[in-house]
Design a protein around this ligand. Structure first.
Ligand code: ADP
Ligand code: MG
Length: 552
């Protein structure tokens, strides 16, 4: 059944944010591709001739019948809503009925369309008021082909303000990628000047799609989780994160938020994501995270801005809490995701190294302990630095210092405890900035004589340390409370080169597994390397039939 396009009642038009949404070639692409998706298309071909200011979008969606075609480009005409109440039930990408009409005022518009199940297709050309000036029967497959030519021909100033064709093509690519992330089950093909530029193949899930857009990222570097919110009907958090020990970006360009099929700008939610990744990544690196919320339409007001990229979301703090929880859950290592935490690229690199050197011979010892309650069982220490841990899917090497640093850091974050010391710690020659830095992290510090300062309380973790004064000096060099916590954790963590016995190692593994972000240390270094049993089996050629390989 084809849809029925009608002009919106005036009172609804007044409620809708007015504004010009078409300001570039990429905006035309966005509007037309969104129409194709609203029409249920599974294949969308975008062709651009930027020098001619022409865009064509062809889809295999449900198409339009003759009546709809005649109404499609009239002002405020849409098949997607009828009344003001429908503004709270929006499930489509479009609803204002403005795009095609605006295009007739800014460009030449021609549509070919044939409804699914219809016998005939039509070619329609519109004038600058959106009225039909040419209508013919045309041989076309079910679906719609919209061609926009001579964009902004009647307002040269707009063209002048726009970037070069190459930059506009980049913008188009960005738009298509964003749409594809939100609607991965569709084929997108983009042509420029009659040559294919790129194709995004349909993927069952967004984590299967992302490697097409970010070729350096593999699907196994990503973790997907879905959180249904039982007390909020129809609300689901879909989250894809790049595992912080495997991938990150030098800019925050992959902190993406979408709601109900549309990428949005939400500084509040983006900040929530960045905070959830705090101290899991190396300095100045940013996470890969795509958050797609499915929210009951009555919770959203799409009317904040005509481009619909900004919204008002009810109860933003509730969402922030849920998102933080979802990310924390995704970062954790548990029985459920322990197998998939295996790092195949690193494993293969390590195996190559091992093969080249011909040696691969640490010896697990002492298996008599039963730690059935633990996923990871300490079996040996290598070089007084790495704990060899065994689990049902293989084994891990865990670097003892940074694993411990992660444990201590989280303890400090949860409980930054200062304890009074009987004999004050004396520091020499502090600058005023250093003094105020120590005050900022709540240390009790006062002048004690010429160029001397006395510190009367210290972080509890430093209590037993002989290098306490040195540690306090380090803290005085700046940074916020968290930087201080990282510094204290680093100083207090067991050093590499320290022998550990099995119970000590097991205790560390247990504590570490329980941390919120076990994959990386607070400086962003990876904490463990996993060797999957199946990789080991492959390496040792356990699939060989021994009889044959021995030539018998
Ligand atoms: P809106 O998308 O806000 O409804 P538009 O001006 O973009 O407004 O489109 C007007 C109407 O034309 C839509 O409501 C839809 O019914 C119809 N339409 C536009 N493009 C297509 C398409 N590719 N396939 C089917 N119908 C379409
Ligand atoms: Mg539209």
């Amino acid at each position: 059944m084809a849809s029925i396009i009608q002009a919106l009642p005036t009172e609804v038009v007044y409620l809708i944010t007015a504004g010009e949404v078409i300001d570039s070639l990429s905006a035309v692409v966005r509007e037309l591709v969104e129409n194709s998706l609203d029409a249920g298309a599974t294949r969308i071909v975008v062709s651009l001739w930027p020098q001619n200011w022409r865009v064509r979008v062809a889809d295999n969606g449900r198409g339009m019948n003759l009546d709809d075609l005649q109404q499609a480009a009239a002002a405020h005409s849409t098949s997607k809503i009828r009344s003001s109440a429908d503004l709270w039930k929006i499930t489509s990408l479009g609803f204002r009925g403005e795009a095609l009409h605006s295009l007739t005022t800014l460009a030449d518009l021609e549509i070919f369309s044939r409804p699914v199940g219809g016998n005939e297709g039509y070619q329609v050309v519109y004038n600058e008021s959106g009225e039909v000036v040419k209508l013919e029967i045309a041989p076309i497959a079910p679906g719609t082909v919209v061609t926009v030519s001579n964009l902004f021909a009647n307002c040269p100033a707009r063209r002048q303000g726009l970037p070069t064709p190459a930059q506009q093509m980049k913008a188009v690519q960005g738009i298509i990628q964003q749409i594809a992330l939100c609607h991965p089950q569709v084929t997108y093909q983009v042509w420029q000047n009659d040559r294919e530029l790129f194709t995004i193949c349909p993927a069952a899930t967004v984590e299967q799609l992302i490697p097409q857009i970010l070729p350096q990222v593999r699907q196994s570097d990503l973790h997907f989780c879905q959180l249904e919110l039982p007390n909020l009907e129809k609300s689901v958090i879909n989250l894809v994160i790049g595992l912080p020990d495997r991938c990150h970006r030098h800019r925050p360009d992959w902190v993406k938020v979408a709601i109900n099929g549309r990428m949005i700008k939400s500084p509040e939610l983006e900040q929530t994501i960045l905070s959830a990744f705090h101290k899991t990544l190396p300095r100045d690196r940013y996470p890969i995270c795509f958050l797609h919320l499915a929210i009951s339409p009555d919770q959203i007001n799409w009317n904040r801005n005509p481009a619909k990229t900004e919204i008002y979301l009810n109860e933003i703090t509730f969402w922030q809490e849920q998102i933080t929880q979802a990310i924390n859950q995704a970062l954790r290592i548990s029985e459920v995701n322990i197998k998939e935490s295996v790092q195949t690229t690193r494993v293969s690199k390590l195996l190559k190294v091992a093969e080249a050197k011909g040696g691969y011979n640490f010896q697990p010892q002492n298996r008599n302990q039963d730690h059935t309650q633990n996923y990871l069982k300490a079996v040996a220490q290598v070089s007084n630095t790495y704990i060899v841990a065994e689990h049902s899917g293989g084994m891990w090497l865990v670097e003892q210092h940074i694993a411990h640093e992660r444990v201590l850091y989280e303890q400090l974050c949860d409980n930054w405890q200062l304890v009074a010391v009987e004999t004050p710690i004396i520091l020499y020659q502090l600058s005023p900035a250093q003094v105020s830095q120590l005050q900022n992290i709540n240390l009790d510090i006062e002048p004690f004589g010429e160029k001397l300062w006395a510190v009367r309380n210290i972080p509890a973790m430093l209590q037993q340390r002989e290098d306490c004064a040195e540690a306090l000096l380090e803290l005085s060099w700046g940074g916020d409370l968290q930087t201080a916590q990282v510094a204290v954790a680093c100083r207090s963590a067991v050093r590499n080169g320290t022998p550990m016995n099995l119970p000590e190692m097991q205790k560390l593994l247990d504590d570490w597994q329980r941390t919120r972000n076990p994959r990386t240390c607070p400086h962003g270094r990876p904490i463990y390397l996993s060797l999957e049993e199946s990789s080991l089996a492959r390496f040792f050629r356990r699939n060989w039939v021994i009889g044959k390989s021995h030539g018998i």
